[in-house]
Design a protein around this ligand. Sequence first.
Ligand SMILES: Cc1cc2nc3c(=O)[nH]c(=O)nc-3n(C[C@H](O)[C@H](O)[C@H](O)COP(=O)(O)O)c2cc1C
Length: 179
Amino acid sequence: MKIVVITGSPRKRGNSFAMTDAFAAEAERLGNTVQRFDAALMKIGGCHACETCFKTGKACSFDDDFNLIAPAILEADAVVFTMPVYWYSIPAQIKGVIDRLFSFVVGGKPIAGKKCGLIACCEEDDLSVMDGVRMPIERSAALLQWEMAGEVLVPGVLKEGDIDKTDGCKQAAALAHKF
Ligand SMILES: Cc1cc2nc3c(=O)[nH]c(=O)nc-3n(C[C@H](O)[C@H](O)[C@H](O)COP(=O)(O)O)c2cc1C
């Protein structure tokens, strides 16, 4: 499978990146190709709702790094989002990518039938803190007719390296077996 992985943390040595690495390594070991985009390290704005998607030859008329990710999503068999929870929600850095999935809908591009995954983490111990990330991803996947292959949700991690005190990376590697 061609798996596109889109990360949302700005911390290169952070918890969600560690899980992303574990997922990607196992996915590649199983014979998949993994193309990774670190949204927080790219220049990606929000959706302007101009509905001119794909009319200029590119997914978005506002030409930033989303237009590098869009062709990869179109070709992918699966899309995996990885991120920390920011204020009970999706970090702005990756939300721009998610909002601009709108371009495929407006542009009438065939993107149904993909698999989708989610890897997320947060400081608080309460799993319901993940709801603000989990629910929009699940509902967006349903609308796009993407099948949720699996989710890894790890609460209780704050500082870089905290993930090593959990089985988060092991869970992320196991997620690769669901694609
Ligand atoms: C701006 C910001 C907002 C955050 N908001 C929350 C939150 O609402 N709930 C929570 O449990 N943790 C919150 N956190 C903590 C992160 O989710 C946590 O540190 C996570 O492990 C970071 O993942 P990373 O290392 O992959 O960046 C927040 C962190 C930042 C920087």
